[in-house]
Write a protein that binds this ligand. Structure first.
Ligand code: UD1
Length: 340
């Protein structure tokens, strides 16, 4: 019988792509999402791509009764927990909104899973936990820096909550995946990133500018100590990232994990500058982007990219799609959303 994976936040950007890859790998999936920062079309897109009527439960992960019912209604074998708020600036303005939603919901999830004997949890962490590393690329052993926003702090705290809960249990297994910068969309263009309001992240801002929704992209700083002066990041294709979750779930379900709590960097290992990303987007899509160089964005780190050795050796996972393919897929998705 197929194993069943609960995907919280499964209507969202990474959750929807992960649901597709889990289904392709033969898992049953149930999506739980409150649609607070996503849309039902994420679920519809997943159903269209997979051809399966993937169950969707509209609920908030803070709702203990709804959570209990979910674990009663479905025989869940593993959980991937994406459901969280993710806007750095908003988290500075409204910290309690972030601590409540991101921390309390994870605690609720872990305690409900424990009560129902569900022992396999994947947590959606972020390279944000490294801050500006002293040595690059960042390995999983690179010390975490004090978080510079409540959002970043919730990622660190949830990692620790998972680590401590695993340590206190005889059976629980946990994997934290630290994503670098997820970009791109499914090749079908049926699912992708759908930011509400003005995008904070680079690629949605680029695609919306190309689509004429935004007038001009601001490149935040060209005076960094990098080859072209703009920041360096590790941009990971969202389909590749989704596949990393499948390997993490299988590792736990097949009892292949070496420790009961493990952390993996999920990136490409390649540093790409903001200007290189903009130029590549223009080249592969055959268009000119309206952009200007402006001052640095407060809180940005100069450079961060991943050492991906551990994911390669332990998960047998590595990024496969090229930056060209990924940036094409991002544009195809934006065009579809805008009806272009
Ligand atoms: C940001 C968050 C990080 C979060 C991640 C989720 C900050 C400081 N960090 O990472 O905590 O985990 O998103 O995806 O917000 N850029 C521009 N113009 C723009 C937008 C971005 O030049 O309009 C530049 C930024 O300066 C940065 C790069 O593009 O150098 C990537 O920015 P972004 O997509 O926001 O990701 P991060 O800042 O790396």
């Amino acid at each position: 019988m197929s194993k069943c994976v609960l995907v919280t936040g499964g209507a969202g950007y990474i959750g929807s792509h992960t649901t597709v890859e889990l289904t392709a790998a033969g898992y049953d999936v149930v999506i739980a999402d409150d649609l607070s920062n996503s849309d039902i079309c994420g679920v519809e897109g997943v159903r269209a791509i997979t051809g399966k009527n993937i169950p969707f439960v509209e609920m908030n992960c803070l709702d203990k009764e709804a959570m209990d019912k979910l674990f009663t209604d479905y025989k869940i074998d593993a959980v991937i927990h994406f459901a969280a708020f993710k806007a750095v600036g908003e988290s500075v303005a409204e910290p309690l909104k972030y601590y409540s939603n991101n921390i309390e919901s994870f605690v609720t999830l872990l305690s409900t899973a424990a009560r129902h004997g569900v022992n396999n949890i994947v947590f959606s962490s972020s390279a944000t936990v490294y801050g500006q590393p002293d040595v690059l690329p960042a390995t999983e052993q690179t010390p975490r820096k004090p978080a510079t926003s409540p959002y970043g702090n919730t990622k660190q705290m949830c990692e620790d909550i998972l680590r401590d809960t695993v340590a206190a249990s005889a059976t629980l297994k946990g994997i934290a995946l630290r994503y670098f910068n997820p970009i791109g969309a499914h090749p079908s263009a049926l699912i992708g990133e759908l930011p509400k309001g003005v995008p904070n992240n680079l690629v949605p801002f680029i695609t919306q500018t190309a689509a004429g929704v935004r007038e001009c992209l601001s490149v935040f700083g060209d005076d960094y100590n990098t080859p072209d002066g703009s920041c360096l990041r590790d941009y990971i294709d969202v389909v590749d990232l989704a596949k990393a979750h499948v390997t993490a779930v299988s590792r736990m379900l097949d009892d292949k994990n070496k420790e009961r709590y493990e952390i993996f960097n999920i990136g490409t290992g390649r540093a790409v500058s903001v200007l290189e990303l903009v130029n590549t987007f223009e080249k592969v899509n055959g268009l000119k982007l309206n952009y200007k160089i402006v001052g640095r964005r407060p809180g940005d780190v100069e450079s961060v990219w991943a050492d991906t050795t551990l994911a390669a050796t332990e998960l047998g996972w590595k990024a496969e799609r090229t930056l060209d393919e990924t940036l094409k897929s991002a544009w195809e998705w934006e065009k579809r959303v805008r009806g272009l």
